[in-house]
Structures are given as structure tokens and as C-alpha cells.
Design a protein around this ligand. Structure first.
Ligand code: DAH
Length: 332
């Protein structure tokens, strides 16, 4: 945002240096107001540390140019500046500012919520190996659960695009000792046909909490609380038994459908619920594989991030998130 503000400042300076009539100045002033409004909107989506700095810069920009406009208005009214260098009363081309993508906006919201709850953020590579993506998550090469998460290979059978962010759990545990609470947002890949709910590349936010006494109630609270902080207190979160090789017990996590308030609609296929995450207590085999004791306690979860901006902004089809449909973006 710093660069953007510097650019705006430079462009405005150039425009102002050539203005010679009050109506030309008015055009610049009104486009400046619009730009300021957009900057303030964009600022709201930043993380708190960046927000503070951006807010200061935006205010400085605002004060500086408002003072300049005032001085120029007085100068033009007094007739002091009469030399015409450029006719700025001709309408200037509309300046269209881009926006932060809904996926990134909701991803940042998630990061902020988890940071508030005391989690740190860890990242892992998108090009992974079989060991981290499957093997050490209790999915040996013959395991049928691999079929549900088929991915793309750069070099068969070992180098692949990660099919989930769960591999960051392994990388993190190999490098750290408990206790810790982390989330790991990122892109994942799967051999999925494109339809209303699926795209071959999508976003997840993984979570991993390991420490003495960590239990299923902690997992339920952490996931419910984070979802409510984003979608509001009326949201309901439902856990039901499910199977993942790397957790035991495992849960499927559903959110009450935001589109219809849980009544049942096309998006939730009439059920009133939307599957948004998988979760569970980390399997002892996984702990053992990273060199921890089998008695270690911890939970893990993985949010399918694409679903969340769909619900937050009420977008019915996932592929819309990847299409450059300007009319849609303008409404968000
Ligand atoms: N990796 C799962 C998926 O991509 C989601 C998931 C399920 C993550 C259970 C977890 C977990 O950490 O414990 O569908």
C-alpha cells in the first residue's frame, strides 16, 4: 500500500502542477475524494500492524492534498494563476482501482482471528514429497484413502503438488517440540473435475495444537469460536463422526448454511448445512512418526477456505472465484 500511496502522490502532484482553472481543480478534487474512499476501504482488509502504518500514510496524504487544494482554490479565485498550460476541464479517464480478492480477504480474516486466539502462522511448500503428503500422515502407499486425494505429480511417485495442507503438520512437528498452536494457510491441488463446489486448485487453512491435556472439547471450541468470530454468533457449527487416517477420532465439520439460514437451498443441496472442514485428534502413529511419544495429545483441523468467501460474500459457485467477472467483483 506504501508504493500505491507514493504513486498516487506523484500523479496528483503532476496533475496539480498543470491546473489552471477552477473547474479543472474540481475534477481533480472529486477524483481524489473517490481515491481516498477506496484507500480507506482497502486498508480495512489489512492485518492490524500494516493497517496502522497504512492509516497514517493515508491521513498524511489526505491532509497534504486538502491543504494544497485549498491554497490553489484561493490562488485561482484571486486570478493569480492565469497562464493556461493544459485544459483540464476535459473529463479525465476514469481511474479504476483494483480490490483485494475475496479469497485473500477471508484468508486474512482467518489469520487475524487465529492470531487473536494465540496461534502462530507456519507455511509449507506447495511442491511436496510423498513422505510428507501421505506416508507420514498414516497413509502408506497401499492406503485407499489416497484415492480420495489424488494429485498431480512432477516426478512420479515422489514429487507432487500437495493435496492438502496437512503435510505442514509433519514439517512443523519434525522441526519443533510441543507445546504449540499453529495454523497454516495455503494452496492445494487435486485431480477434481470443475463443478459448482470443486476446482483442481483451492485453498485450505490447516490447524495443529499439541500440548499436555489437549482434548476434543478444545478442538470443538477453537473451531466453533473462530467461525463465529467471522460469521457472527448466530452461526452454528456441527461435528459428526468421519474418517481421516491421520486423526482418531475424526470429525467432519459443517456450518449452518449462510445462504438460507439453515432452511435448505441450492447451495447446501437442501440440507441447511455446508461441509467446511475436517478435524480430529492427531493419530498416535503420526506422533510416533515425527519422533514424539504415542501418548502425546493434540488436535488438528483443515478448513476448506474456498467455501468461506462463498458463504461470506454469498457467491453460489466456487469457480466464480477464479473467473475475472468484473461485475461480480464490483458488488463485493
Ligand atoms: N486434510 C483433510 C482434507 O484435505 C482435512 C483435514 C482433516 C485436516 C482432518 C486435518 C484433519 O488436519 O485433522 O480433506
Amino acid at each position: 500500500m506504501k508504493n500505491q500511496i507514493a504513486k498516487i502522490k506523484e500523479e496528483l502532484g503532476t496533475k496539480l502542477s498543470t491546473v489552471s482553472a477552477a473547474d479543472g481543480l474540481a475534477v481533480i478534487e472529486s477524483s481524489f475524494k473517490k481515491t481516498m474512499k477506496e484507500l480507506f476501504t482497502d486498508m480495512k482488509a489489512l492485518v492490524p500492524e500494516d493497517k496502522r502504518e497504512a492509516g497514517q500514510l493515508i491521513n498524511e496524504l489526505k491532509n497534504e492534498f486538502e491543504a494544497k487544494f485549498k491554497a490553489m482554490r484561493a490562488e485561482l479565485a484571486s486570478g493569480a494563476k492565469t497562464e493556461v498550460t493544459l485544459d483540464l476541464s476535459i473529463a479525465s479517464p476514469e481511474f479504476v482501482r483494483g480490490k483485494i480478492h475475496p479469497l485473500i480477504r477471508v484468508g486474512k480474516m482467518m489469520e487475524d482471528v487465529y492470531k487473536e486466539m494465540g496461534f502462530s502462522i507456519a507455511y509449507g511448500p506447495e511442491v511436496e514429497n510423498d513422505k510428507h503428503n501421505y506416508e507420514m500422515l498414516n497413509m502408506p502407499y497401499y492406503h485407499p484413502a489416497r484415492d480420495m486425494q489424488d494429485t498431480f505429480y512432477l516426478e512420479y511417485p515422489n514429487v507432487l503438488l500437495r493435496s492438502h495442507t496437512s503435510c505442514v503438520q509433519i514439517r512443523y512437528m519434525l522441526a519443533h517440540k510441543p507445546p504449540f498452536m499453529i495454523i497454516s494457510p495455503g494452496v492445494v491441488y487435486r485431480v477434481d473435475e470443475i463443478d459448482m463446489q470443486h476446482t483442481p486448485c483451492f485453498y485450505q487453512v490447516e490447524g495443529l495444537v499439541v500440548g499436555e491435556g489437549i482434548n476434543l472439547a478444545n478442538l470443538k471450541w477453537a473451531m466453533t469460536e473462530s467461525a463465529k468470530r467471522i460469521f457472527g454468533d448466530s452461526l452454528q457449527v456441527r461435528f459428526s463422526p468421519c474418517y481421516y487416517p491421520y486423526t482418531e477420532p475424526s470429525a467432519a465439520v459443517d456450518m449452518s448454511c449462510i445462504m438460507c439460514g439453515g432452511k435448505g437451498c441450492r447451495t447446501c443441496k437442501g440440507t441447511g448445512w455446508m461441509r467446511v472442514a475436517g478435524a480430529g485428534m492427531v493419530h498416535p502413529n503420526v506422533f510416533e512418526g515425527v519422533g514424539y511419544s504415542r501418548e502425546t495429545q493434540g488436535f488438528a483441523f483443515g478448513w476448506g477456505l474456498n467455501r468461506l468467501p462463498m458463504l461470506y460474500f454469498k457467491i453460489a459457485e466456487m469457480r466464480k472465484l477464479f473467473e475475472n467477472e468484473i461485475s461480480l467483483w464490483e458488488q463485493l
